[in-house]
Design a protein around this ligand. Structure first.
Ligand code: MG
Length: 336
């Protein structure tokens, strides 16, 4: 069997490849009782005295490198900062390994580094080490950036994606589909791309505000495979179901219009500046208020709650119910 594009696109195909080839052939996956590779969470943890060091790593292959609302530099920083953040850990530092194609423009590289620096300044996350390699122009499409994020949390205070409890409220921090639909529209050259921007942004501010209130039982950033993938992963790992109100899930007018034209479900495409949280019901309103005060959280909503048994059910705008399935793969390739 050969690897296809969908094997790297979130969803069931990628999960299959990870368990069949990767997990099966790695024997040592965990440090002490920390979160390990087998947990397939947003990051791993290394217990160290009274703390847990959180590590998360990500390779960025986005096409094109510059897109409405961001570029590969911004996404390389924000994406990794976000995976550390949704583990409930304060992100501290990031590493930056770049593989660049021969002939790449120096001024474009400088713009990309400046984008990384902007996120570093916004979040206080330092870029502490890196690596630079160059490959022949016909062997690499422009550039790949691999970032590894390091964060820290008090021992036992990690937020997992497998610890939802029945009755928890589900908070979504803002509109869905912005990144995937903006990228796809831009690639297709539809001409309405000026209205559509990626949401790529660091979520740490929202996460920190929510953790300060408390009552957060689980977190995940809905990247590849969109909220359909993230909500199903949270539910299945926690052994629970969900009932969600479609009316409460924010979809921007222009994202809705573009996804109709493209024939893509905005619930199945990547977001790069959003977070989904499970919150204890008596603290959900306070957490929501705290998130809405943050720069990227103004449109946060409580979109539903956790039920005893699966699946994830969506109460539709028309008053019906449908099962929100895990996508086979994100419909937009090379989205991050
Ligand atoms: Mg993630």
């Amino acid at each position: 069997m050969k690897i296809g594009m969908s094997h790297g696109a979130g969803g069931e195909m990628m999960q299959g490849l990870i368990s069949d080839i990767i997990l099966k052939n790695i024997s040592n996956k965990q440090v002490e009782d920390g979160v390990g590779l087998q947990d397939l969470d947003d990051g791993a943890t290394i217990p160290l005295g009274d703390y847990e060091v959180v590590v998360s790593t990500d390779s960025h292959t986005i096409d094109p490198l510059f897109f409405p609302g961001g570029d590969i530099g911004r996404i390389s920083m924000a994406g990794t900062v976000n995976d550390v953040s949704v583990m409930g850990a304060r992100p501290l530092a990031i590493t930056n390994a770049m593989v660049i194609s021969e002939g790449f423009q120096k001024d474009e590289l400088e713009r990309i580094i400046q984008s990384m620096d902007a996120v570093s300044q916004e979040t206080g996350v330092a870029i502490v080490t890196g690596d630079t390699k160059v490959m022949e122009h016909d062997q690499l499409d422009k550039m790949i950036i691999c970032t590894t994020g390091i964060g820290i949390a008090p021992r036992g205070c990690i937020t997992r994606d497998s610890s939802l409890e029945v009755g928890d409220k589900i908070i979504l921090s803002g509109s869905v589909g912005d990144h995937g639909i903006a990228l796809m529209s831009y690639r297709e050259g539809f001409g309405f791309e000026t209205d559509l921007k990626s949401d790529v942004a660091p979520v740490w501010g929202m996460v920190e505000a929510a953790l300060d209130v408390g009552g957060i039982s689980a977190m995940k950033d809905p990247t590849r495979g969109g909220i359909s993938n993230a909500l199903n992963e949270l539910a299945s790992k926690s052994g629970v179901g969900m009932i969600l109100d479609e009316e409460k899930i924010p979809v921007k007018r222009e994202v809705h219009a573009a996804s109709e034209m493209l024939g893509i479900d905005p619930f199945e495409v990547a977001n790069e500046g959003k977070v989904i949280m499970g919150v204890k019901p008596d603290q959900a309103d306070e957490v929501l208020t705290a998130i809405r005060k943050q720069r990227y959280g103004k449109n946060a909503q409580i979109i539903g709650e956790v039920t005893l048994n699966g699946p994830v059910i969506l109460e539709t705008l028309l008053g019906g119910k449908r099962i929100l399935e895990t996508p086979i793969a994100d419909p937009v390739p090379r989205v991050c």
